[in-house]
Structure formats: C-alpha cells, structure tokens
Design a protein around this ligand. Structure first.
Ligand SMILES: O=P(O)(O)OC[C@H]1O[C@H](O)[C@H](O)[C@@H](O)[C@@H]1O
Length: 554
C-alpha cells in the first residue's frame, strides 16, 4: 500500500471546495424543511439475529448533503479502506513500526470463522476456557484463600489498556454483577490509590489480578509489589501467594519471576494492543464480576459488529460513517474535539475509555510513508454521562465559539425503572441534539421576550445559532452483547480514520519520552540532595522545580 497523505487524494481537494462552497454555511433548519425524508436517508439500523443487540445510528443532524456524503465515501475508496480492513482481518502486520498484526477481532471470533494464520490465534479458545474455569471457581466459592475462606474482593492492578477497559465494562454492566464480590481497580502510582483500596480489603479474602501486557510497567509492578508485601505481612508464607495473585500478560517470564504460578497465568499475544485488550485475558476481572457467560456475550456482540464492519458496503457501514463524519469536521471545519455523551449512568466511563482508545491510536503526525501530515489527525475525546454534562459544559457547546461535534448515546430500555426517571432522561437525550441543530433565532427570542426585547444584550444573549452537528445512537438496552457491539463500533471508527490519515493507529511511541525522563529523575529524588540537581543536565525550569521540591520535601 502506498499510504499517501490523505490530502493528496483527489477527494480531499473536492471536500475542501465543498466545505468552502456550502459546508461552512450549511443550514440544518433549511435542510430538514427541504427534505421530509432526511432522517430516513441519513440513518442506519444495525441488528443481529445472532445476539441480543441492535443499534440505530441517526447522522441526519450533520452538516452534510448527498454530494458531501458521497465525496466522503469517495475519500474512503481512494484511501482503500476496504482493502485495509481486509488486511487487518487477515492478520497482515499493519502495525508496521512494531511489525505486528492487529487482531483484537480474533479474540472475539468465538466460533473461529476468520481462519487467521498467526501464532497464538489457536490459543485463544484454550485461554478463554482457562478464564471460564477460574472465574467459575472464584464466583462459586470453590476457590479458597489461604485460610480456607472464599474470595470476597478482587483488585485489578493495571494501568491504561490494562485498566480502563475492565473499569468501563464492569461499570457499564453492573446490573449483571455478582453483588457480593467487590471489584477494585488500582492504576495510579500515587500510593493513595493502593492505600485506600487495601484499607477496605481483607488479605484472607482478596484476590489480586496483576494486569500488564508487558509486565514491565512501572506503576503496575510497583503497585503489585506493594500489594504482595501487604498480603505477606498477614499470610507470612510465600506459598500462599499462589492463592491470591494471578497475572494477565504476554510476558510469561516476567510474571513467573514475580512469583506467579504457571497455572495462575492468563496469557495473550503481542498482536493484541493494550487499548484493544479487554477482550483478552485482560478481561478476567470482567468475567469475575459478571460471570464468564456474560463475558462471552460481550465478545459475541463485538464479533457481530466485526462482521458488519468487514462485510457491509461503505455507505451502510456504521464505523465507516462515523469515521467519515468525524473527518469532515476534524479536517475541514477545524474542530479539535469530539464529545461522547452517553445518557446512561452505567456508561459513565465510556468517554474515559475512548480517550485512550482514540487519542493513543490516532494522536500521530507521521504517516506510514514517513511523511509529516499536513492535516489534523486524531480528535481530542472527552465527555461524560448525561444529564450531568448539561449542567456543566453544554453552555459552551450551545453558544461557545468552537464547533464541537457530539455523539449522543442512549438505551431504549433502562435497567432501573424508577418512576418516570427514564422518560425524563430520554427527553433530554432527544432535546439536546434538536436544540443544537436548530437553535433559536433572534426573531424568536424577540417574540418570546415581548416588552423586554428592547434590551438588546438580553436578546443577543438568548440566541442559539444552531447548526451544531450531532450523531444520535440508540441501543435497545445496555446488555453485554450490545455493549460489545458498541465498543467494536468505536474501535473500528478509529481504525478507518487511521487508514484514511495513513497513520499507524496501533503503536504508541508518544508515551515513551516522558517515561524515560522520569526514570532519569527518580534517582535525584531518591538521593534527597538538592545540590546534585545542577549538573544533572536539566533545563533551568526543571532544575528549579526539582530544587523547590528537594528543599521542601519532608
Ligand atoms: O499493559 P501494560 O504493558 O502494563 O501497559 C499499560 C499501558 O501503558 C503504556 O504506557 C501504554 O501507553 C498503554 O497503551 C498501555 O495500555
């Protein structure tokens, strides 16, 4: 593949012209008035007869018409998106900088449909069986701690991709959780995180899950060592570690060196990216919390979305549509961010999860052809659960000077029917995109204000310009399968954007430099001697900060 600059594609220039000639002054009120079937044209419903999942994507409230949409589809064709999707599913080493395949889709190919020829793929099933046996034993109480008591608390120790997925999914699927099994997630190197967690755990009934793809991550190894010390203070005998510590890793040797018994090791493979790993052994805490069967439903839901992504035509392909609309704003309107706003309390970690998923994947400036891009790549992802965001930052989305495309997500059915809460919640879910799209004109404000309309500032302050684009995504219910499909939808959206921008979405070189510098600085802090700072080769700002710290450290 040539991996051309996206801006060198013929469609890119045409999209630029379309932005100038009509995109930037596109008027949603007029567009909806002119076309009664706009919703039908720009919405797609995806369902699967294999799993309990269904997703409606309404993208009609976007600044697009047929010409723009078709031009975006041409861009996807010119970038050979279909071919790149096929390469991913075939196990080609599309992570070129690390010479690795990108096969999270193989983890959820529960029936083995994809026939991928890559070392480790045939081990997926036995590993899942291992996870099933183990999670069943812990959940049933058959697995006992060193004093013969069943496990009551699990503590997942991991960071980044070894934390965010399990946290997000266990929160999103809490209605399916075993309520008498407490789940904790410790990620931060800040000792407070571990200290506050251990405060509520009992060494006799706590299981630690050390989750690290590389098993070298400083935070995770330090936290795991602290947890082991705490455990041994009570248990005394190192042999008891085997009943209370398991490891999830691709690095079997390092996990063994840490003292994890062979049978307590759950492995995965280097073709699983950290931020795409919740489907692998990294999902063990999910299986423990919701049960293995539900975990498998999550995988099956994702797999159905994989099939849709692989097989559907570009114009009907949900991940492709989301990706193209994102590119339209990111690269032609100059939008810098993308908000993800789930109207479901259980989904409150969804935006956090895709902050890593999207920003670590597509925050890159070098193409696979070693050129520096001359366009913007990955958006800044942010958001929180509705309706909380409405009372915090929506003011800026409605009336600020920045264009912030938003994805609104909601389930038709709630897990908790409490009075009319769900109707009230959803009335907001429907109202916000409507307000953003159509706004309120000055004439409307004047008519509403009556006598007060003589106050010019009041009138102008109450105007909503509208034309602020949104996608609305509805699921039937946040079931394991539906959540699996939704996560896969966003994963593949990220993939398509990376394909079009010609970047490698599957490495993360940008996180390394800071880690290297921290390792150089740590000995200075350990030496506790401010006089050693000068001469350590740091700039005056870093040196000044270090000296301030060392002179005041207690
Ligand atoms: O799972 P681990 O090897 O411990 O890695 C944990 C995380 O740290 C790294 O710095 C990467 O930025 C993440 O992609 C990764 O998920």
């Amino acid at each position: 593949m040539a991996h051309k600059l996206a801006s060198a594609q013929p469609s890119w220039q045409k999209l630029q012209q379309l932005y100038e000639s009509k995109g930037k002054q596109y008027n949603l009120t007029q567009a909806f008035k002119a076309d009664a079937s706009r919703f039908d044209t720009y919405s797609r419903e995806w369902k699967s007869d294999k799993v309990d999942a269904r997703i409606l994507l309404d993208f009609s409230k976007n600044l697009i018409d047929d010409e723009i949409f078709n031009q975006l589809l041409s861009l996807a064709q010119e970038a050979e998106v279909k071919k790149q999707i096929d390469q991913m599913f075939a196990g080609d080493h599309i992570n070129t900088s690390e010479d690795r395949a990108v096969l999270h889709v193989a983890l959820r190919d529960v029936e083995g449909e994809f026939k991928i020829n890559e070392a480790g793929v045939d081990e997926v099933k036995p590993e899942l069986e291992h996870m099933k046996r183990f999670s069943d034993a812990v959940r049933s109480g058959e697995w006992k701690g060193y004093t013969g008591k069943p496990i009551k608390s699990i503590v997942n120790i991991g960071i980044g991709g070894s934390d965010l997925g399990p946290v997000m999914v266990t929160e999103a699927l809490k209605p399916y959780a075993k309520r008498d099994l407490d789940a904790h997630f410790v990620s931060n190197i800040d000792g407070t995180h571990m200290a506050e967690t251990l405060r509520v755990c009992d060494p006799e009934t706590t299981l630690f899950i050390v989750a690290s793809k590389t098993f070298t991550t400083q935070e995770t190894i330090t936290n795991a060592t602290t947890a082991r010390d705490w455990f041994l203070e009570a248990a005394k005998d190192k042999a008891h570690v085997a009943k209370h510590f398991v490891a999830l890793s691709t690095n079997v040797k390092a996990a063994t060196d840490f003292g994890i018994a062979q049978e307590n090791m759950f492995k995965f493979w280097d073709w699983v990216g950290g931020r795409y790993s919740l489907w692998s052994a990294i999902g063990l805490s999910i299986a423990l919390v919701i049960g293995y069967e539900r975990f498998e439903e999550l995988l099956r839901g994702a797999h159905q979305m994989d099939l849709h992504f692989k097989n559907a035509e570009l114009k009907d392909n949900l991940p492709v549509i989301l990706a193209l609309i994102g590119i339209w704003y990111n690269d032609f309107f100059g939008s810098e961010t993308q908000a993800i706003l789930p109207y479901d309390q259980y989904m409150h970690k969804f935006a956090d999860y895709f902050q890593q998923g999207d920003m670590e994947s597509n925050g890159k400036f070098i193409t696979k052809n070693s050129e520096r891009v001359n366009y913007h790549t990955g958006p800044i992802i942010w958001g929180q659960a509705g309706t909380n965001g409405q009372h915090a930052f929506y003011q800026l989305i409605h009336q600020g000077t920045k264009l912030i495309p938003c994805d609104f997500i909601a389930p038709v059915e709630t897990h908790n029917r409490v009075g009319e809460h769900h109707e009230i919640l959803l009335s907001n879910f429907f109202a916000q995109p409507e307000a953003l799209a159509f706004g309120k004109s000055e004439d409307e404000v004047r008519a509403e204000l009556g006598a007060q309309a003589s106050n010019e500032f009041l009138v102008k302050s109450k105007v909503f310009e509208g034309n602020r684009p949104t996608n609305s995504i509805m699921l039937q219910k946040i079931t394991p399968a539906a959540l699996g499909a939704l996560i896969a939808l966003y994963e593949h959206k990220i993939a398509v954007q990376g394909f079009i921008w010609s970047i490698n979405s599957y490495d993360q070189m940008g996180v390394e430099l800071g880690k290297v510098l921290a390792k150089k600085i740590l000995p200075l802090l350990q030496a506790k001697d401010a006089s050693k700072v000068d001469g350590a080769g740091h700039d005056s700002s870093t040196s000044g900060l270090l000296k301030f710290y060392l002179n005041n450290a207690k």
